[in-house]
Design a protein around this ligand. Sequence first.
Ligand code: C5P
Length: 206
Amino acid sequence: MIIAIDGPAASGKGTIARALAGHHRLPHLDTGLLYRGVGAAALASGTGFDDIPALAALAAGLDLAALDEEALKAGPVGEAASRVAAVPEVRAALLKLQRDFARQPGGAVLDGRDIGTVIAPEAEVKIFVTATPEARAERRFSELLKRGEAVTFDQVLDDIRRRDARDSGRAAAPLVQAPDAITLDNTGLDRDASIARALAIVAERI
Ligand code: C5P
């Protein structure tokens, strides 16, 4: 069984994907980490976001086992990730790894922006997780405060709106809901209610 979870930044799709993977004992891949890994590598090496061959080489050389989730979740990396994610050559370099992960025997849970549309259109279950930009900014803001990052709510909301626009407006695998995906709008739902709804969606489909 492949479970595809897509949605915009800070929608809670990662939390939902982890919970579903735990419940159904499936391996889980947070595909945003791949783009964050490339974005962080570009920042660290001073690679320009317009240097397409160099960005594609960073993506092709990405070592999944070496990705440090904590460091990659920090503020500036998200913006860099969304820049490199708009480059078709970067997406192409990361495609096989994601498809292989999805198609491993026994199934998998993947979360990202294009899982149900590009990576695994054949997924048995597709959930599109969303919430208003304000609700998503609230969550991201309290997460960043807990990490001790010095940000304001307005900066976080701006960042989310900018990423939404870039992720939805790009030509290569834009963030769009697959026609056969079920919408889970968790504006006003807490973490547990949101997970319960996702578990119910999966239960109805299998
Ligand atoms: O989900 P997360 O915020 O970690 O993703 C970081 C960035 O990576 C997103 O803003 C998006 O541009 C990109 N991404 C993508 N396709 C995916 C997963 C993430 O383009 N499947």
